[in-house]
Structures are given as C-alpha cells and as structure tokens.
Design a protein around this ligand. Structure first.
Ligand code: SAM
Length: 289
C-alpha cells in the first residue's frame, strides 16, 4: 500500500483504551466519556486487578495530558488546533473557561463521528464560552489540513498533539513536520507535542507486563521502532525539519489525581527509592526557526 493510501484507522481503537485509563483520573470529561464507551478495548487492560503497573500507566496518561495544558498556559494561544485528539475533551474544557478560545479538535472521521455523539450526550455545548469545532482530519492530508487552518481568524496558531508520532514512520513524521512547519511559518505560533518518546532497551521491555493483544498491537504499528533513539536525536530530528526546541513541560507528580491510588500499591523497593520514575517521554514546545 502506498503512503498516500495508508489506512490509519487501525490506530483508532487505542484512543478508547487511553480514555478508559484516563477515566480513573480527574482529567475533565474523562470519567463521563469513559462511562459512555464501555466494553472491550484493544489493549486488554486488566481493570479487575488494578495493580502497580496499571496505576503507573494511568499516571503516565494523566501526566502527559496535563503536560500539554502546562505549556499551553505559557502561551497566549487563542487559536488552538489539536491533532489526533481521540476521546479527549481538552478543547471543551478550555472553551468552557475562556471565551476568547477557538479550539479545533480533530481526529480521523470515525473517531470524530463518535465524539460528536458523545458531545451531544454530555451536553458539552452548554458549557462552552469559546468556540469548539470537532472536525475530521487525517494529518497526512495537506489539503485538508490547510482548509482546517483557514477556519481560524488571523493570528498565531498553537498546534498540540499527544499519542500520534509513535504511529508514524520516519517519512510520515517528516511529512507531518513539513505541514506544521509551513502553517506556523505563515501564521506564527508554536507546536506542543507530547510525543517525544525514547526507545526502551530490550531488557526493560522484557520486564514490563503487556497483554498479548497489546503486544500485537504495538508490533503491528511498529511503536517501538517509531520512537526516537534519544532526546538528543529527537531534537536533531526536529531541527532538521526546521523547528527549534523552546521548552519542556515539567511534571509535578504530587499534583496528579492518580497518586493516592498509586501510593497504595507501591512495591516496597519503589517506595523507599529516592530516584524519580525513569523518564520515557517528554513534552516539548517547538517553534519554527
Ligand atoms: C493513541 S490514540 C491518542 C488519542 C488521544 N490523543 C489521547 O492521548 O488520548 C491515537 C489517535 O491517533 C489517531 N490517528 C492515527 N492516525 C491519524 C492520522 N493520520 N490523522 C489523524 N489522527 C490519527 C487515532 O484515530 C487515535 O485517536
């Protein structure tokens, strides 16, 4: 299948798994949305046992979510485009708080259709003071991308995403970078991406519990190969695509709503450790050079 024809919809079921994890946090709308999407999910997560590894993953999802908000707060962004948002309602939350915000929340057609239904069921529109658009967008489609951008009034644009780059191979990442670069070059603004994931050594991967379904899903989508080799090589990659690193989000783990649950199941050696959790991902603000 040529790159133009690649069907990314096989990635979409992962959005439900992430949402079901986020349903155990205080991320806005996550609990209510998760309640509307019950049933099986593709990673075969163990919601019955909820052991240490379960809560660690919830913690990662929660901290990744807030890391984007943290950097967004450090901009004066009012035109915001979220790519591959899944079942996340960050846009609704921001538009509920600030009438100046125009947030365009995008994902593939099927996800957006489901999300529009959810938004109706949750009466999201009643909360909004700003403007929220839920629109389909395949990020590999430059023409569609441009027409979404043209919906914003004049002024800089902030583009945000989490949970996308690890599904794109190198050429696809470069293509997306080129689309984002030409947009920001004309409009000004920045790109906040939570997808600076670093490959994990095989011995670490071997000890991390993962269901067969999840392992298959990761293999099918080349997740590990699609990650960066190191933070330095990620920075180099973005530089080659015309972006400079501006800043990185800093997580304050004590603030996370998942913490009380996680603390209850901490193994003794982790409880006594003075080391911070290993860093597997970073959220960066990037600007065009
Ligand atoms: C792992 S989920 C992340 C969802 C959400 N951002 C989150 O963190 O909860 C990956 C998302 O990427 C979307 N996706 C995959 N390929 C895409 C593409 N080419 N264009 C737009 N969205 C895409 C999927 O539909 C899915 O919702």
């Amino acid at each position: 299948m040529s790159q133009d024809q690649k069907d990314f919809s096989s990635v979409s079921p992962s959005a439900k798994s992430l949402l079901l994890m986020k349903g155990y946090t205080d991320i806005p709308y996550a609990k209510q949305t998760a309640a509307l999407l019950p049933g099986p999910e593709v990673f075969d997560l163990n919601f019955k046992e909820k052991d240490f590894w379960f809560w660690i993953r919830v913690m990662h999802m929660e901290s990744r979510y807030w890391s984007i908000d943290q950097l967004l707060k450090q901009t004066d962004a009012t035109n915001i485009l979220e790519l591959s948002s899944g079942y996340s309602f960050r846009g609704a939350d921001l538009c509920a708080k600030d009438e100046r915000i125009h947030y365009i929340d995008t994902d593939l057609q099927e996800v957006i259709a489901m999300k529009q239904n959810i938004a109706r069921e949750l009466h999201i529109a009643d909360d909004l003071r700003g403007r929220l658009d839920l629109l389909p967008l395949d990020v590999m489609d430059r023409t569609a991308f441009d027409s979404i951008i043209n919906r914003f009034n004049d002024g800089p644009i902030t583009i945000v995403n989490e949970g996308l780059l690890m599904y794109l191979d190198m050429e696809e990442k470069k293509k997306l970078c080129s689309v984002i670069h030409s947009t920001l070059k004309i409009r000004g603004g920045c790109w906040i991406t939570a997808d600076v994931y670093i490959k994990r050594p095989a011995e670490i991967r071997a000890v991390l519990p993962q269901s067969k379904s999840e392992a298959n899903f990761f293999e099918q989508h080349n997740i590990e190969e699609n990650k960066f080799d190191s933070y330095e090589s990620a920075e180099e990659f973005f530089k080659e695509q015309g972006f400079e690193f501006v800043k990185e989000a800093v997580t304050d783990y004590r603030q996370l709503s998942v913490m009380p649950q996680l603390v209850k199941v901490l193994p003794e050696e982790v409880r006594n450790s003075k080391e911070p959790p290993p860093k597997i991902q970073a959220t960066w603000m990037l600007r065009v050079i």
